[in-house]
Design a binder for this molecule. Sequence first.
Ligand code: PFF
Length: 437
Amino acid sequence: MNQDAPREEWASRSGFLLAAVGSAVGLGNMWRFSYLTAENGGAAFLVLYLGITLLVGLPVLLAEFVLGRGARRGPIGALAHYGGRGWASLGWLFVGTGFLILSYYSVISGWTLRYALTALVRGFPADAGAFFESVATGPASIAWHVGFMAISIAIVRGGVKRGIERTALVLMPLLFVLVVGLALYATTLDGARAGYRFYLEADLGALTDPKVLQAAAGQAFFSLSLGMGAMMTYASYLGQNEHLPNESLVVAIADFGVAFVAGLAVFPLIFALGLQADVGESTVGALFITLPKTFASMGGAGRLVGTLFFVALVVGALTSAISLLEVVVAAAVSGLGWSRHRAATLLGAVIAVLGIPSALSLDTLGFLDQLAGNVFLVFGGLMLALFVGWAMRDPMAEVRPGAEGVAWFGLWRWLLRIPVPIVLAVVLVQSLRALFE
Ligand code: PFF
């Protein structure tokens, strides 16, 4: 056991914040967000998604921060610390979810790496559909996935300060600049108006559709990295004086903001060539087929913009992947007494192998994404809300240090007790139904 070794800490508050925002902002904000928005009625989805982020996601995010900081351990240790052995098993589920999500997340990340290099080196071919097929499955897909895992492993091996924090400090500002720049560029496109209209005009009928609620909730959890202890693990490297309510608010707003601004780039690009009909075809269509088609038709500008777009995706994917890997690594370091080096290398290799089925079949990948995002994360969030809302002895005493003046902790706890579990239970039942339909 490594219990006695002093726990690593973030070097600075901004390092922690950027790392947490880095975990949240990723493929979810661009790939998942854009196809779900397209599929679920544009602005109606957006409104619901924002509402769920603030009323359901934010309270759970704060709960994860509180548990991690207070226990100074990863999810298994933190839940054992506050709830005993029974609750620790929820921590095991979290670690398992980390394995599962990273296994396919890294496959998609491998595609983005390849897309970025293709855009840079020779531009996208006109037949974007055939190009996607050649990239998405088969030995090439496995190779890029393994390459991406190797980069993630190298960063996590570097440790909290020198690996994760330093990466976030360099890459996250770059990502913000890229996404804002792309959105500004998109204002100059012919299709911009039609794109904005689709994105921002609400079809209010969709608000009452239970399918849209389910998609919005699953997306909020996936995008905020909630329900599997990633935020808990990052918070476990904090000192005791952080203002956790502020930190959670910053993370939630930054995460929504990047998704929103990315949409301001994606939808005009899709509508620039009138390609919107393609989008609904598959979950990967919008980003990996329609956009490259647009870039291919734009000549030199397309190469530059395409490169920047996919570089932004790679950056987002990487800062999220390392948080997924960190959950698993932290569990092995404190639970099994492994060195960080060994845990990152061995467990990263296991995840690389687990990802192979997703690199061979889009159906497998899609199924795992539904299972993890809409079922495991939502279930994890539900259990966390019940734990902090009802079972934990005095969460108010744990959240207060560093945030003494805050008046709404009662509201926070009430949200975790009643509304959050109700919403998540409804969503969970629906997700399970949809999965086995
Ligand atoms: N939040 C990441 C994204 O939006 O791409 C994905 C993710 C990272 C989910 C870490 C869960 C997690 F623990």
